[in-house]
Design a protein. Structure first.
Length: 302
């Protein structure tokens, strides 16, 4: 059974990386006609429109206390979504990728503090191996193309706050799985994010003409809404449930490599030797981290 859970956890991590990475090239396509905030808004509005009828037919009954807990924890991931948009606009894409590689280690620290999960030598070794792999993925293009690296200080600080918020969300989500399904946890995040974006709409002034968007852009929006948001976060929650928060967070290690493969087929971008090597090393690291499931203690209800 332990061997089965090991492979199930690794499979879910890889599956989430494949599903989530597909959003990258589709997003690039849609952003040719939409601003980042407009694209994110319409993406989550459509995802919410798909989710609400399902929740209605499931006839889920939640108390005010349960809704408050779900919203508060979901708000951590919502903060990551919104802050990453504003942070990326101020800094460089390279530094954003670099900073997000800290998520597995930060998640491990949070898991130790909140869930009393031990950071074993095997798990630490896996995190470090995966980190080396993703550094190869990120640094080689920077060195080869002499790309901008440092970014903007304020933008970098915003991304760091987003990383802390997302890492805490991943860890606290684990404590909710005994009571709530992965679909409900995903729904809470999507609906919370949608409400926040709608509340910010008058201030951000993200207005657009849906009729002016091309069919290709609508296809990209539908993919990122249904597959890249609903599908991705459901699988992600299953990965948190079966593999643990630290292992699940290593999705960020292999997602850049998978995104490059998606971009190769959809956008015609080239695959490099460094990309393949870095991707394989990252996968080895993820395999090491997910190779042994650690017992977790639940946190007290918020």
């Amino acid at each position: 059974m332990n061997q089965y859970k090991r492979f199930l956890g690794l499979f879910l991590i890889v599956l989430a990386a494949v599903v989530g990475a597909g959003s990258t090239p589709f997003s690039k396509f849609a952003l040719r006609e939409l601003s980042p905030l407009s694209f994110t808004l319409i993406r989550f509005v459509i995802a919410s429109a798909v989710i609400l009828p399902i929740l209605f037919f499931q006839k889920i009954r939640l108390t005010f206390s349960e809704i408050r807990t779900l919203v508060l924890i979901s708000a951590l991931s919502t903060a990551n979504t919104m802050l990453s948009i504003f942070g990326t606009q101020r800094t460089t894409a390279n530094i954003v990728q670099m900073l997000y590689t800290a998520v597995p280690l930060v998640a491990a620290l949070f898991a130790y503090w909140f869930l009393k999960e031990r950071l074993t030598p095997r798990k630490l070794w896996g995190v470090l191996v995966g980190f080396v792999g993703v550094m190869i993925l990120i640094l080689l293009p920077i060195i080869e193309n002499h790309s901008s690296f440092a970014g903007d200080l304020i933008g970098n600080l915003i991304i760091i706050i987003a990383i802390l918020s997302f890492s805490l969300y991943v860890v606290l989500s684990k404590s909710l799985h005994k009571k709530y399904s992965p679909f409900l946890l995903m729904s809470a995040y999507v609906l919370t994010t949608t409400v926040v974006q709608l509340l910010l709409l008058p201030f951000t002034k993200q207005y657009f003409n849906p009729a002016a968007l091309s069919s290709g852009t609508w296809l990209a929006i539908l993919y990122t809404s249904v597959v890249g948001t609903i599908g991705y976060y459901v699988v992600y929650q299953y990965a948190i449930k079966d593999a643990g928060p630290v292992a699940a967070s290593t999705i960020l290690y292999i997602q850049p490599a998978v995104a490059a493969v998606w971009a190769f087929f959809l956008l015609g971008e080239h695959l490099t030797t460094g990309l393949v090597i870095g991707g394989l090393i990252s996968l080895v690291g993820v395999s090491i981290v997910s190779s042994k499931k650690q017992p977790l203690n639940s946190i007290e209800k918020l």
